[in-house]
Write a protein that binds this ligand. Structure first.
Ligand SMILES: Cc1cc2nc3c(=O)[nH]c(=O)nc-3n(C[C@H](O)[C@H](O)[C@H](O)COP(=O)(O)OP(=O)(O)OC[C@H]3O[C@@H](n4cnc5c(N)ncnc54)[C@H](O)[C@@H]3O)c2cc1C
Length: 407
């Protein structure tokens, strides 16, 4: 570690920021470590569309760390507080109340906001988004049994909200113009099956976008593309993506291009500032990668950022991974299933547990599994090691995946 790194400020207490702090301490950093977060305490987001929205977990259960952890790890938690500027001239950050926190290194872990496209009438209070615990609490109060709910966007969050709302007894319409939604993340065939599950569980799926909302005496009217008559709902939820928080980076003159641009060690264009998590785009071998926007990616970013500051080896690169839960199904995807030439299904597609391995030639490039985490773990190792596989053995649920990994 460079000798002069004595004070680090992390801006943002999501999984990216908290894992950076944890990795710095685990790696032996013993200087000052401050974590500034705008919220009540650093909490996790995936439950917001699942257990928290369903009322099965309360807010305290979302905490990323026990309250004592911050003292134990000598992490000074400054919250609720908002960083309003990175000050390269004074080497530090400024808070909304004017406080200045000096820092040799700043780690931006600022996440993003739920996208709110400019849909006419979209500012009606019955039109929800979902990014924060406050959003989830507000939305939950609308998910009453029998309530008519429109979910716009059948990607990861939209599908989870539709599933949770249905389980709470709502009448749910899920609208998305893509056919099928999520094909880019899990491949066409699995995406089509997953989308079909909504209808089996009583969610009405509509291949359409929303064009406008109008407040009427009978409720919130939504005009869907291609439909002659508007439909009426009690509430709507937009699950149409995230806008990365880049304002601080931009104002500080850092390179921003559809996200905060970082190198393979998470350094921004100013080496004293690193960035992790949802808002970053990593440049690898000269190529700017898309934003990952997944929980584990943010966590790994934090470990990489800590390694850069400490001058220790970075975690080995590994295929990207995410999970999502809907209608009681646990879905995991690894690598790039949509980039496959052929699909090899272990089990029967549509009869969980099953796993679909995407191959290019005889090399696994991605996999999606439903209720089958073991296959996804094996697939990840296959992708990382570029293992050559025999498609026939891969498809046979009785064939041992570990032996295939050994070749
Ligand atoms: C509803 C929902 C469900 C999800 N489900 C899954 C899932 O099932 N699987 C999966 O892989 N991923 C899921 N994700 C994605 C995952 O949660 C994100 O990838 C992850 O939270 C990103 O972490 P982060 O630290 O980059 O950002 P965030 O979690 O957004 O944290 C950023 C933090 O920075 C704070 N902040 C921002 N600006 C400032 C400032 N100026 N000053 C101080 N603090 C600031 C914010 O208040 C926030 O606490 C889900 C996301 C959502 C919203």
């Amino acid at each position: 570690m460079a000798a002069h790194v004595e004070r680090i400020v992390i801006v943002g207490g999501g999984v990216g920021g908290v894992s950076t702090a944890a990795a710095l301490r685990a790696g032996g950093y013993d200087g000052e470590l401050t974590l500034v977060d705008a919220g009540e305490f650093p909490y996790d987001r995936p439950p917001l569309s699942k257990e928290f929205l369903a009322g099965a977990k309360d807010f305290e259960q979302l905490a990323l760390q026990r309250p004592e952890w911050y003292d134990e790890q000598k992490v000074r938690l400054v919250n609720p507080a908002t960083v309003t500027a990175l000050r390269a001239d004074r080497a530090g950050v400024e808070l909304a109340d004017g406080t200045f926190l000096p820092a040799d290194r700043v780690v931006l872990a600022v996440g993003g906001e739920a996208a709110r496209p400019p849909i006419p009438g979209g500012d009606d209070p019955r039109v929800h988004v979902l990014r924060t615990a406050e959003d989830a609490e507000r939305l939950r109060s609308a998910l009453l049994p029998g309530a008519r709910i429109l979910v716009v966007g059948a990607g990861l969050i939209g599908a989870e909200v539709a599933s949770t709302a249905r389980a709470l007894g709502c009448e749910v319409v899920l609208a998305d113009p893509a056919a099928p939604p999520l094909a880019g993340a899990v491949g066409e065939q699995v995406a089509a099956w997953l989308h079909g599950v909504h209808a089996e569980r009583g969610v009405t799926t509509v291949r359409a976008g929303v064009e406008s909302f109008t407040a009427t005496a009978s409720g919130l009217q939504a005009r869907l593309s291609g439909e002659e008559h508007p439909r009426v709902f009690d509430a709507a939820v937009l699950g149409v993506g995230m806008v990365p928080q880049t304002a601080l980076a931009r104002a500080a003159g850092l390179e921003v291009y559809g996200g905060i641009v970082v190198d393979e060690g998470q350094s921004t264009s100013n080496p004293a500032v690193l960035a992790v998590g949802d808002p970053v785009r990593r440049r690898c071998d000269g190529v700017l990668l898309p934003r990952a926007e997944h929980w584990e990616a943010a966590q790994l970013d934090g470990r990489r950022a800590a390694a850069t500051v400490l001058g220790t080896p970075a975690p080995a690169p590994t295929a990207s991974w995410f999970w999502t839960d809907r209608h009681g199904l646990h879905v995991e995807a690894v690598g790039e299933p949509a980039a496959a030439e052929t699909l090899v299904v272990r089990g029967v597609l549509g009869v969980p547990p099953f796993a679909a391995f995407g191959l290019r030639g005889h090399i696994v490039v991605g996999a999606v599994a439903v209720d089958d985490p073991t296959s996804v773990r094996a697939a990840r190792r296959m992708i990382d090691r570029a293992t050559t596989v025999d498609p026939g053995r891969l498809a046979d649920p009785s064939a041992d995946l570990r032996r295939m990994l050994r070749g």
